[in-house]
Ligand binder design. Structure first.
Ligand SMILES: O=C(O)CCC(=O)C(=O)O
Length: 251
C-alpha cells in the first residue's frame, strides 16, 4: 500500500500534500533542467470572449493522442522528454496513480498566478488523480468549495513539493494560485494528468489515507481558517487567468 499524508479537504474530495519529496540539491537540479529543456510558450486562452496571451508560459507533454482543450484552445501533446519521464515515474511511485500527460506552467514572479478553476475538462478521466509538482518560489495554493460554503483551505507549495488531488476534488472544489507582490522569484509547476481516449489509458489505483480520520491536517503551512484571498479573480469559464495583468493580443 502506498503511504500518503492525511486528506487536506474536510469532505467531497481527497487532496494530499506530501511536502518536498527531493533533497534541496535535487530540486534545484530539476528546476534548472525544466527551465532549460521544456519547450516553454506563452499560453493563448479565450476569456470573456476575448483572446489573450498569458504572461506565464506553459507546455503540454504526453503520450500520443493526448490532446487537451481548455479555455477555448486545444493543445497537442509534445513527446515526453527525459526529465519529464523521470518525474512522471517518481510521482507515480509516490502517489500510486498512473498518468499519461503533463501540463507545465512557468510563473516568472508572484505577479503571475492562476484564478479559481477546477481541472474537470471532459478529456480528463473522471475522478482520476492529478499530481502537482512545484519547483522554485514557494507560493500559497488555495481550495474553496464550488458551492461556496466553508472557509478556503490554503497550503504553501514548497520547492520540490508534491500535492495529489484525487477522488471528487475536481467535482466539488475549485483551486487557485493567488498573485502576490511578495514573491519575486520564478516558479515552475507540473500537473501530471490522465487523459482518456489516447489508447494509452491505464487503470487508476486508489489513494487511501494511511492514518487517522481527522477532517484535515492543520499545521503552520496548511490552513482552513477563512483567510482572505488577495487579488482573487471571479470564477470564470476561462481556466486560470487573473484578469488585468495579462498580455492582451486584442484579437
Ligand atoms: O501552479 C499551480 O500550482 C497551479 C496549477 C493549476 O492549477 C493547474 O495547472 O490547473
Amino acid at each position: 500500500m502506498v503511504s500518503v499524508p492525511l486528506n487536506l479537504l474536510p469532505a467531497d474530495g481527497e487532496t494530499h500534500y506530501f511536502g518536498s519529496i527531493f533533497l534541496r540539491s535535487e530540486a534545484d537540479r530539476y528546476l534548472s533542467l525544466l527551465r532549460e529543456t521544456v519547450d516553454w510558450r506563452h499560453d493563448e486562452i479565450v476569456m470573456f470572449g476575448k483572446r489573450i496571451v498569458t504572461a506565464r508560459k506553459v507546455a503540454w507533454y504526453g503520450d500520443p493522442g493526448c490532446d487537451y482543450t481548455y479555455s477555448g484552445a486545444t493543445k497537442v501533446a509534445l513527446p515526453w522528454i527525459p526529465v519529464l519521464r523521470e518525474l512522471k515515474t517518481l510521482v507515480e511511485t509516490r502517489s500510486g496513480a498512473s498518468f499519461n500527460s503533463c501540463l507545465l506552467n512557468l510563473y516568472h514572479h508572484g505577479g503571475e498566478g492562476m484564478a479559481w478553476h477546477s481541472d474537470d475538462e471532459p478529456e480528463i478521466v473522471q475522478e482520476s488523480a492529478i499530481a502537482s509538482l512545484s519547483f522554485g518560489a514557494e507560493r500559497p495554493f488555495r481550495f474553496k468549495r464550488k458551492r461556496g460554503e466553508g472557509p478556503p483551505i490554503s497550503v504553501h507549495l514548497e520547492h520540490g513539493s508534491l500535492l495529489v488531488m484525487a477522488g471528487a476534488t475536481q467535482t466539488h472544489w475549485l483551486h487557485c494560485l493567488p498573485k502576490t507582490t511578495r514573491v519575486k522569484d520564478l516558479r515552475v509547476n507540473l500537473t501530471f494528468r490522465l487523459i482518456q481516449g489516447s489508447g494509452a489509458q491505464r487503470p487508476q489505483r486508489t489513494i487511501l489515507p494511511t492514518v487517522g480520520a481527522e477532517p484535515f491536517q492543520t499545521s503552520s503551512r496548511i490552513t482552513g481558517l477563512g483567510e482572505s484571498i488577495p487579488g482573487r479573480a471571479e470564477i470564470s469559464e476561462a481556466r486560470g487567468e487573473d484578469s488585468g495583468t495579462e498580455i492582451s493580443t486584442g484579437a
